[in-house]
Design a protein around this ligand. Sequence first.
Ligand code: ADP
Ligand code: MG
Length: 244
Amino acid sequence: MTENVIEISRLGKSFGALEVLRDIDLTVRRGEVVCVIGPSGSGKSTLLRCVNLLEDPSAGTVVVDGIDLTDPDSDIDAARRHIGMVFQGFNLFSHLSVLDNLTIAQRKVVKRSKADAEKVARANLDRVGLAEKESAMPPQLSGGQQQRVAIARALSMEPDVMLFDEPTSALDPELVGDVLAVMRQLADEGMTMLVVTHEMQFAREVADRVLFMDGGGIVEQGPPSDVIGAPKEERTRAFLARVL
Ligand code: ADP
Ligand code: MG
């Protein structure tokens, strides 16, 4: 196993003439929790989407588990299986039961048997506190429960790293805590995590490192006590003054 799960160097991304990311260097070590903060439009989602090649980088390299995803000869689909992603919207199949949502990719992509896939799925539903909901349909669940199902679904692919893009932003305030608690538990279990979030308290308590992004670049990074507690850069201070 490689010590660094993610190694990004000199990453750039443009959409036509619009340069959205420039010269991003970022390494995430195994077991590390990195939170990304920054204003809307600063490139946070695009950065995450470049890590699993939902977006094709315009420049630079993205290496995950030692596999260069930007090398056309790499097996991107195989590499992607080790990357779990959780979005703001839960993207569950509304016509499939919770259990089937968790088994479908395992069966189609990893070719697990029904019995094996269900065993993994049930273990992960238990992990997010939803063992009793396996027969429910997603629309019957609260937003917080749906997001925990989405996390359990990603975990069922047994990823080496989990990417979270504002996983609690679409939730009613009273449902945010349960999702953050599951993420905190994953962090405690040693999961490698790259988390875009506006939850500053979570970032302060759970992140090993916080990155502040603005204008497509990393402006400042370090332990949360520095970046959130005592930011060096004026742009970081101005952002925090708006959100804290
Ligand atoms: P954030 O997640 O920090 O809010 P994004 O990564 O979503 O920022 O977007 C950064 C910039 O890239 C924004 O100006 C956005 O409009 C632009 N952008 C994102 N995706 C696309 C796309 N598919 N085509 C064109 N522009 C895009
Ligand atoms: Mg975003």
